[in-house]
Design a protein around this ligand. Structure first.
Ligand code: FES
Length: 125
């Protein structure tokens, strides 16, 4: 196991990812409420720096809204600046995609310190 200290829990605020490095890997750690997610800063589309993108929401139109577009999931969507692909920050999956997903890493918290395990790859739940 290769754990990298990211910082204290209070150092990582929603909407402001913290970046760490391990060799050639650049990883961004995002806070989602009381949980954390870590993703490689490389877009599965054309390798852009996806984690430097915009944290936002997305627009959906469903039968329950009468097919009227609604803005949902504010703060839970990562928008890649290169070609505007959207990724779910909770799962790393591309929204409206075909199975593309961000490479994720396990995050743990010990004594209010946040760590990323860069030796293993997480697929999340
Ligand atoms: S590189 Fe991210 S959307 Fe194309």
């Amino acid at each position: 196991m290769n754990r990298i200290l990211v910082g204290s829990v209070d150092d990582i605020q929603e909407g402001h990812p913290v970046f760490v490095r391990s060799g050639v890997l650049e990883i961004a750690v995002f806070r989602l409420g009381d949980e954390f997610r870590a993703y490689r800063n490389r877009c599965p589309h054309q390798q852009g720096p996806v984690c430097n993108g915009t944290i936002t929401g997305t627009q959906v139109a469903t039968a329950s809204s009468g097919w009227v577009p609604e803005w949902v999931r504010e703060g839970r969507v990562l928008l890649c600046r290169w070609h505007a692909m959207e990724f779910d920050l909770e799962t790393g999956e591309r929204i409206r995609g075909r199975g593309e997903r961000l490479r994720s890493f396990p995050v743990s918290v010990t004594d209010d310190q946040v760590f990323v395990d860069v030796a293993s790859r997480s697929r999340l739940k």
